[in-house]
Design a protein around this ligand. Structure first.
Ligand code: EPU
Length: 338
Protein backbone atom coordinates (compact mmCIF):
# COMPACT_ATOMS: atom_id res chain seq x y z
CA UNK A 1 0.00 0.00 0.00
CA UNK A 2 1.24 3.45 -0.90
CA UNK A 3 1.87 5.74 2.09
CA UNK A 4 2.60 9.36 1.20
CA UNK A 5 4.41 11.92 3.36
CA UNK A 6 3.67 15.65 3.84
CA UNK A 7 0.36 15.26 2.06
CA UNK A 8 -1.58 18.45 1.24
CA UNK A 9 -5.14 18.30 2.57
CA UNK A 10 -6.18 21.44 0.71
CA UNK A 11 -8.04 19.62 -2.09
CA UNK A 12 -9.45 17.14 0.46
CA UNK A 13 -11.43 19.48 2.72
CA UNK A 14 -14.35 21.51 1.38
CA UNK A 15 -13.33 24.58 3.41
CA UNK A 16 -10.22 24.54 1.19
CA UNK A 17 -7.94 25.03 4.22
CA UNK A 18 -4.27 24.86 3.41
CA UNK A 19 -2.95 22.24 5.85
CA UNK A 20 -0.86 19.11 5.53
CA UNK A 21 -0.88 15.65 7.08
CA UNK A 22 2.42 13.98 8.05
CA UNK A 23 1.28 10.75 6.42
CA UNK A 24 -1.54 9.64 4.18
CA UNK A 25 -2.72 6.19 3.09
CA UNK A 26 -5.56 5.23 0.77
CA UNK A 27 -7.93 2.57 2.06
CA UNK A 28 -9.24 0.53 -0.85
CA UNK A 29 -10.38 -2.49 1.14
CA UNK A 30 -10.67 -3.54 4.80
CA UNK A 31 -7.40 -5.49 4.54
CA UNK A 32 -5.57 -2.18 4.17
CA UNK A 33 -6.91 -1.16 7.57
CA UNK A 34 -5.54 -4.29 9.19
CA UNK A 35 -2.13 -3.53 7.79
CA UNK A 36 -2.14 0.07 9.04
CA UNK A 37 -3.50 -0.63 12.50
CA UNK A 38 -1.52 -3.78 13.23
CA UNK A 39 1.82 -3.40 11.43
CA UNK A 40 4.57 -2.17 13.79
CA UNK A 41 5.54 0.64 11.52
CA UNK A 42 2.25 2.58 11.64
CA UNK A 43 0.54 1.19 14.74
CA UNK A 44 1.44 4.12 16.97
CA UNK A 45 0.60 6.91 14.54
CA UNK A 46 -2.38 9.04 15.46
CA UNK A 47 -4.97 8.37 12.75
CA UNK A 48 -8.00 10.05 11.31
CA UNK A 49 -10.43 8.91 8.63
CA UNK A 50 -11.21 11.29 5.84
CA UNK A 51 -14.12 10.79 3.48
CA UNK A 52 -15.05 13.76 1.33
CA UNK A 53 -13.70 16.25 3.90
CA UNK A 54 -17.06 18.04 3.84
CA UNK A 55 -17.64 18.16 7.57
CA UNK A 56 -14.20 18.94 9.00
CA UNK A 57 -12.47 22.14 9.96
CA UNK A 58 -8.69 21.86 10.27
CA UNK A 59 -7.18 24.40 12.65
CA UNK A 60 -3.62 23.11 12.15
CA UNK A 61 -1.53 20.55 10.28
CA UNK A 62 -2.44 16.96 11.14
CA UNK A 63 0.46 15.38 13.01
CA UNK A 64 -0.36 11.80 12.20
CA UNK A 65 -1.78 9.65 9.44
CA UNK A 66 -4.84 10.47 7.39
CA UNK A 67 -6.67 7.41 6.08
CA UNK A 68 -8.44 8.41 2.91
CA UNK A 69 -11.47 6.16 2.56
CA UNK A 70 -11.58 4.79 -0.97
CA UNK A 71 -13.51 1.53 -0.65
CA UNK A 72 -15.60 1.45 -3.84
CA UNK A 73 -18.43 -0.48 -5.45
CA UNK A 74 -22.22 -0.45 -5.78
CA UNK A 75 -23.87 -3.87 -5.72
CA UNK A 76 -27.43 -5.10 -5.53
CA UNK A 77 -27.55 -7.63 -2.71
CA UNK A 78 -31.19 -8.66 -2.68
CA UNK A 79 -34.22 -7.86 -4.77
CA UNK A 80 -37.86 -8.10 -3.70
CA UNK A 81 -41.11 -7.08 -5.45
CA UNK A 82 -41.17 -3.57 -4.17
CA UNK A 83 -37.71 -2.94 -2.77
CA UNK A 84 -34.06 -3.56 -3.35
CA UNK A 85 -31.11 -3.87 -0.98
CA UNK A 86 -27.95 -2.20 -2.25
CA UNK A 87 -24.43 -2.22 -0.78
CA UNK A 88 -22.26 0.87 -1.31
CA UNK A 89 -18.51 1.13 -0.67
CA UNK A 90 -17.80 3.74 2.04
CA UNK A 91 -15.57 5.74 -0.29
CA UNK A 92 -18.23 6.25 -2.97
CA UNK A 93 -19.33 9.85 -3.47
CA UNK A 94 -22.75 10.36 -1.86
CA UNK A 95 -24.32 12.45 -4.62
CA UNK A 96 -23.15 10.08 -7.37
CA UNK A 97 -24.87 7.22 -5.52
CA UNK A 98 -28.06 9.28 -5.27
CA UNK A 99 -27.87 9.94 -9.01
CA UNK A 100 -27.33 6.22 -9.65
CA UNK A 101 -30.47 5.37 -7.62
CA UNK A 102 -32.54 8.05 -9.38
CA UNK A 103 -31.40 6.77 -12.80
CA UNK A 104 -32.29 3.17 -11.88
CA UNK A 105 -35.70 4.27 -10.60
CA UNK A 106 -35.00 3.36 -6.97
CA UNK A 107 -36.60 5.77 -4.51
CA UNK A 108 -35.60 7.01 -1.09
CA UNK A 109 -32.50 9.11 -1.70
CA UNK A 110 -33.81 11.81 -4.05
CA UNK A 111 -34.39 14.39 -1.28
CA UNK A 112 -30.77 13.93 -0.26
CA UNK A 113 -29.39 15.02 -3.63
CA UNK A 114 -26.25 17.17 -3.79
CA UNK A 115 -25.18 16.63 -0.17
CA UNK A 116 -21.38 16.71 -0.28
CA UNK A 117 -19.33 13.86 1.19
CA UNK A 118 -19.06 10.11 1.00
CA UNK A 119 -21.31 7.13 1.69
CA UNK A 120 -19.32 6.13 4.79
CA UNK A 121 -19.77 9.51 6.46
CA UNK A 122 -23.53 9.62 5.83
CA UNK A 123 -24.73 7.31 8.65
CA UNK A 124 -22.18 8.72 11.12
CA UNK A 125 -24.20 11.86 11.50
CA UNK A 126 -27.47 10.60 10.03
CA UNK A 127 -27.44 13.13 7.20
CA UNK A 128 -30.75 14.73 6.38
CA UNK A 129 -32.37 17.34 4.20
CA UNK A 130 -35.82 18.35 2.96
CA UNK A 131 -37.82 16.10 5.27
CA UNK A 132 -35.72 12.91 4.85
CA UNK A 133 -32.90 11.39 6.89
CA UNK A 134 -30.70 8.49 5.86
CA UNK A 135 -32.02 6.35 8.73
CA UNK A 136 -35.32 6.03 6.78
CA UNK A 137 -33.62 3.87 4.13
CA UNK A 138 -30.67 2.58 6.14
CA UNK A 139 -30.51 -1.22 6.50
CA UNK A 140 -27.05 -1.89 7.98
CA UNK A 141 -23.36 -1.19 7.70
CA UNK A 142 -20.08 -3.03 7.98
CA UNK A 143 -17.30 -1.52 10.03
CA UNK A 144 -13.74 -2.43 10.90
CA UNK A 145 -13.35 -2.78 14.65
CA UNK A 146 -10.03 -1.18 15.52
CA UNK A 147 -9.45 -3.17 18.71
CA UNK A 148 -9.99 -6.63 17.22
CA UNK A 149 -9.37 -6.13 13.50
CA UNK A 150 -12.74 -7.77 12.77
CA UNK A 151 -15.51 -6.60 10.48
CA UNK A 152 -18.67 -6.03 12.52
CA UNK A 153 -22.20 -5.50 11.22
CA UNK A 154 -24.46 -2.78 12.69
CA UNK A 155 -28.19 -2.88 11.88
CA UNK A 156 -30.43 0.16 11.91
CA UNK A 157 -31.48 -0.17 15.55
CA UNK A 158 -27.84 -0.68 16.63
CA UNK A 159 -26.93 2.75 15.29
CA UNK A 160 -29.40 4.63 17.56
CA UNK A 161 -29.96 7.30 14.95
CA UNK A 162 -31.13 10.74 16.02
CA UNK A 163 -30.95 14.26 14.62
CA UNK A 164 -27.41 14.40 13.11
CA UNK A 165 -26.50 11.61 15.52
CA UNK A 166 -25.52 7.92 15.63
CA UNK A 167 -23.56 5.79 18.11
CA UNK A 168 -20.49 6.54 15.97
CA UNK A 169 -20.63 10.10 17.30
CA UNK A 170 -21.38 8.84 20.83
CA UNK A 171 -20.26 5.71 22.70
CA UNK A 172 -18.66 4.06 19.64
CA UNK A 173 -16.71 7.13 18.58
CA UNK A 174 -13.22 6.31 17.22
CA UNK A 175 -13.77 2.57 17.73
CA UNK A 176 -14.94 1.60 14.23
CA UNK A 177 -14.28 2.52 10.63
CA UNK A 178 -17.28 2.21 8.35
CA UNK A 179 -16.37 0.30 5.20
CA UNK A 180 -19.72 -0.51 3.53
CA UNK A 181 -23.28 0.76 3.87
CA UNK A 182 -26.47 -1.12 2.90
CA UNK A 183 -29.58 0.85 1.96
CA UNK A 184 -33.06 -0.48 1.23
CA UNK A 185 -34.46 1.50 -1.68
CA UNK A 186 -37.98 1.43 -3.02
CA UNK A 187 -39.02 0.16 -6.45
CA UNK A 188 -42.42 1.81 -5.96
CA UNK A 189 -41.38 5.21 -4.66
CA UNK A 190 -43.63 7.40 -2.59
CA UNK A 191 -42.59 11.03 -2.80
CA UNK A 192 -41.88 13.24 0.16
CA UNK A 193 -42.54 16.82 -0.87
CA UNK A 194 -43.85 17.99 2.49
CA UNK A 195 -40.99 20.46 2.84
CA UNK A 196 -42.54 23.70 1.53
CA UNK A 197 -39.77 24.80 -0.77
CA UNK A 198 -39.87 21.52 -2.74
CA UNK A 199 -43.51 21.99 -3.75
CA UNK A 200 -42.88 25.60 -4.77
CA UNK A 201 -39.81 24.67 -6.79
CA UNK A 202 -41.63 21.82 -8.58
CA UNK A 203 -44.36 24.32 -9.52
CA UNK A 204 -41.76 26.81 -10.77
CA UNK A 205 -40.20 24.01 -12.82
CA UNK A 206 -43.63 23.32 -14.36
CA UNK A 207 -43.61 19.68 -13.19
CA UNK A 208 -47.04 18.09 -13.57
CA UNK A 209 -46.26 14.48 -12.79
CA UNK A 210 -43.94 13.67 -9.89
CA UNK A 211 -40.89 11.55 -10.63
CA UNK A 212 -37.65 10.73 -8.83
CA UNK A 213 -35.78 12.87 -11.33
CA UNK A 214 -38.08 15.86 -10.84
CA UNK A 215 -37.87 15.74 -7.03
CA UNK A 216 -34.11 15.30 -7.16
CA UNK A 217 -33.78 18.25 -9.58
CA UNK A 218 -35.98 20.42 -7.35
CA UNK A 219 -33.71 19.68 -4.38
CA UNK A 220 -30.63 20.42 -6.49
CA UNK A 221 -32.14 23.75 -7.56
CA UNK A 222 -32.96 24.76 -3.97
CA UNK A 223 -29.55 23.78 -2.66
CA UNK A 224 -27.76 25.59 -5.48
CA UNK A 225 -29.73 28.76 -4.80
CA UNK A 226 -28.90 28.83 -1.07
CA UNK A 227 -25.73 26.92 -0.40
CA UNK A 228 -22.36 27.93 -1.81
CA UNK A 229 -20.63 25.45 -4.13
CA UNK A 230 -17.53 24.30 -2.22
CA UNK A 231 -15.49 24.24 -5.43
CA UNK A 232 -16.10 28.01 -5.67
CA UNK A 233 -16.35 29.13 -2.01
CA UNK A 234 -14.92 27.01 0.82
CA UNK A 235 -17.63 25.81 3.22
CA UNK A 236 -18.94 22.73 5.04
CA UNK A 237 -22.70 23.25 4.78
CA UNK A 238 -24.45 23.96 8.08
CA UNK A 239 -21.81 24.89 10.63
CA UNK A 240 -24.15 24.52 13.63
CA UNK A 241 -26.95 22.13 14.50
CA UNK A 242 -30.47 23.46 14.90
CA UNK A 243 -30.88 23.76 18.68
CA UNK A 244 -33.66 22.03 20.57
CA UNK A 245 -35.21 23.93 23.49
CA UNK A 246 -37.93 23.20 26.03
CA UNK A 247 -41.41 24.25 24.89
CA UNK A 248 -41.84 26.52 27.89
CA UNK A 249 -38.61 28.31 27.02
CA UNK A 250 -39.66 28.57 23.39
CA UNK A 251 -42.97 30.12 24.43
CA UNK A 252 -41.14 32.73 26.48
CA UNK A 253 -38.93 33.50 23.48
CA UNK A 254 -41.98 33.88 21.27
CA UNK A 255 -43.41 36.38 23.70
CA UNK A 256 -40.29 38.49 23.21
CA UNK A 257 -39.64 37.71 19.51
CA UNK A 258 -43.01 37.24 17.81
CA UNK A 259 -41.55 36.04 14.52
CA UNK A 260 -39.27 33.30 15.86
CA UNK A 261 -39.83 30.09 13.86
CA UNK A 262 -39.94 26.73 15.64
CA UNK A 263 -40.94 23.12 14.92
CA UNK A 264 -42.61 21.49 17.88
CA UNK A 265 -41.03 18.02 18.17
CA UNK A 266 -43.17 16.64 20.99
CA UNK A 267 -44.79 17.54 24.32
CA UNK A 268 -41.46 18.70 25.65
CA UNK A 269 -39.22 20.14 22.95
CA UNK A 270 -39.12 22.56 20.01
CA UNK A 271 -36.41 22.77 17.33
CA UNK A 272 -35.39 26.30 16.37
CA UNK A 273 -33.62 27.14 13.08
CA UNK A 274 -30.12 28.29 14.01
CA UNK A 275 -29.98 30.21 10.71
CA UNK A 276 -32.79 32.49 11.92
CA UNK A 277 -31.08 33.15 15.27
CA UNK A 278 -27.77 33.99 13.58
CA UNK A 279 -29.50 36.11 10.96
CA UNK A 280 -31.35 38.10 13.64
CA UNK A 281 -28.05 38.83 15.36
CA UNK A 282 -26.93 40.52 12.16
CA UNK A 283 -24.25 38.07 11.01
CA UNK A 284 -25.55 37.16 7.57
CA UNK A 285 -23.22 38.26 4.76
CA UNK A 286 -20.64 39.65 7.22
CA UNK A 287 -17.01 39.32 6.23
CA UNK A 288 -13.97 39.30 8.50
CA UNK A 289 -10.74 39.21 6.53
CA UNK A 290 -10.88 36.05 4.46
CA UNK A 291 -13.70 34.32 6.33
CA UNK A 292 -17.35 35.18 6.77
CA UNK A 293 -21.02 34.19 6.95
CA UNK A 294 -22.69 33.23 3.67
CA UNK A 295 -25.01 35.93 2.33
CA UNK A 296 -27.82 33.52 1.38
CA UNK A 297 -27.76 31.16 4.39
CA UNK A 298 -26.66 32.38 7.79
CA UNK A 299 -25.89 28.84 8.99
CA UNK A 300 -23.00 28.49 6.56
CA UNK A 301 -19.55 29.86 7.38
CA UNK A 302 -17.30 30.46 4.39
CA UNK A 303 -13.62 30.63 3.55
CA UNK A 304 -13.45 33.36 0.94
CA UNK A 305 -9.92 32.31 -0.06
CA UNK A 306 -6.80 32.07 2.05
CA UNK A 307 -8.77 31.96 5.33
CA UNK A 308 -7.44 29.96 8.28
CA UNK A 309 -9.20 27.33 10.37
CA UNK A 310 -8.50 29.33 13.52
CA UNK A 311 -10.21 32.40 12.05
CA UNK A 312 -13.31 30.31 11.30
CA UNK A 313 -13.29 28.92 14.85
CA UNK A 314 -13.03 32.46 16.25
CA UNK A 315 -15.93 33.60 14.07
CA UNK A 316 -18.01 30.60 15.18
CA UNK A 317 -17.29 31.46 18.84
CA UNK A 318 -18.31 35.08 18.32
CA UNK A 319 -21.55 33.90 16.71
CA UNK A 320 -22.23 31.49 19.58
CA UNK A 321 -21.65 34.26 22.08
CA UNK A 322 -23.99 36.70 20.41
CA UNK A 323 -26.77 34.11 19.96
CA UNK A 324 -26.33 33.13 23.61
CA UNK A 325 -26.49 36.80 24.63
CA UNK A 326 -29.63 37.59 22.61
CA UNK A 327 -31.63 34.37 22.89
CA UNK A 328 -30.05 32.46 25.78
CA UNK A 329 -29.44 29.50 23.44
CA UNK A 330 -26.08 27.73 23.13
CA UNK A 331 -25.40 26.66 19.53
CA UNK A 332 -23.55 23.39 19.05
CA UNK A 333 -21.26 22.90 16.07
CA UNK A 334 -22.18 20.30 13.47
CA UNK A 335 -18.75 20.46 11.84
CA UNK A 336 -15.88 18.49 13.43
CA UNK A 337 -13.11 20.81 14.53
CA UNK A 338 -9.65 19.23 14.42
N1 EPU B 1 -33.52 31.25 7.92
C1 EPU B 1 -33.16 32.55 8.23
N2 EPU B 1 -32.03 33.08 7.68
C2 EPU B 1 -31.26 32.39 6.79
C3 EPU B 1 -31.63 31.08 6.44
C4 EPU B 1 -32.77 30.52 7.03
O1 EPU B 1 -33.84 33.22 9.01
O2 EPU B 1 -30.24 32.94 6.36
C5 EPU B 1 -34.66 30.64 8.61
C6 EPU B 1 -35.93 30.61 7.83
O3 EPU B 1 -36.97 30.89 8.74
C7 EPU B 1 -36.06 29.18 7.38
C8 EPU B 1 -35.38 28.43 8.51
O4 EPU B 1 -34.35 29.31 8.96
O5 EPU B 1 -37.38 28.82 7.24
C9 EPU B 1 -34.80 27.09 8.10
O6 EPU B 1 -33.90 27.29 7.02
P1 EPU B 1 -33.65 26.13 5.91
O7 EPU B 1 -34.94 25.59 5.45
O8 EPU B 1 -32.71 26.71 4.89
O9 EPU B 1 -32.96 24.95 6.70
P2 EPU B 1 -31.93 24.91 7.92
O10 EPU B 1 -32.70 24.50 9.13
O11 EPU B 1 -31.15 26.17 8.00
C10 EPU B 1 -31.42 22.36 7.62
C11 EPU B 1 -30.19 21.49 7.57
C12 EPU B 1 -29.55 21.56 6.18
C13 EPU B 1 -30.58 21.08 5.17
C14 EPU B 1 -31.82 21.99 5.27
C15 EPU B 1 -32.93 21.53 4.37
C16 EPU B 1 -29.29 21.43 9.83
C17 EPU B 1 -28.22 21.93 10.75
N3 EPU B 1 -29.25 21.91 8.59
O12 EPU B 1 -30.97 23.71 7.46
O13 EPU B 1 -28.43 20.66 6.17
O14 EPU B 1 -30.06 21.11 3.85
O15 EPU B 1 -32.33 21.97 6.63
O16 EPU B 1 -33.53 20.38 4.89
O17 EPU B 1 -30.13 20.65 10.24
C18 EPU B 1 -26.10 20.47 6.45
O18 EPU B 1 -26.33 19.75 7.42
O19 EPU B 1 -24.90 20.75 6.11
C19 EPU B 1 -27.20 21.09 5.73
C20 EPU B 1 -27.01 21.96 4.74
Amino acid sequence: MLVEENFSLKPHNTFGLDVIANLKASIENPEDLKELFQADRYRREKKMILGGGSNVLFTRNFLGMVLKMEVRGIEVVEEADDSILVGFGAGENWHQCVMWAVEQGYGGLENLSLIPGTIGAAPMQNIGAYGVEINQVFHSLEAYEIKTGKIVRFYNEDCKFGYRYSVFKGPQRDKYIITRVYLRLSKKPSFNISYGAIKETLDEMGVEELSLKAVSQAVINIRQSKLPDPTQIGNAGSFFKNPVVENTYFDSLRAAFEEIPGYRLDEEFTKVPAAWLIDQCGWKGKRFGNVGVHDKQALVLVNLGGGKGKELVQLSKDIQKSVQGTFGIQLETEVNII
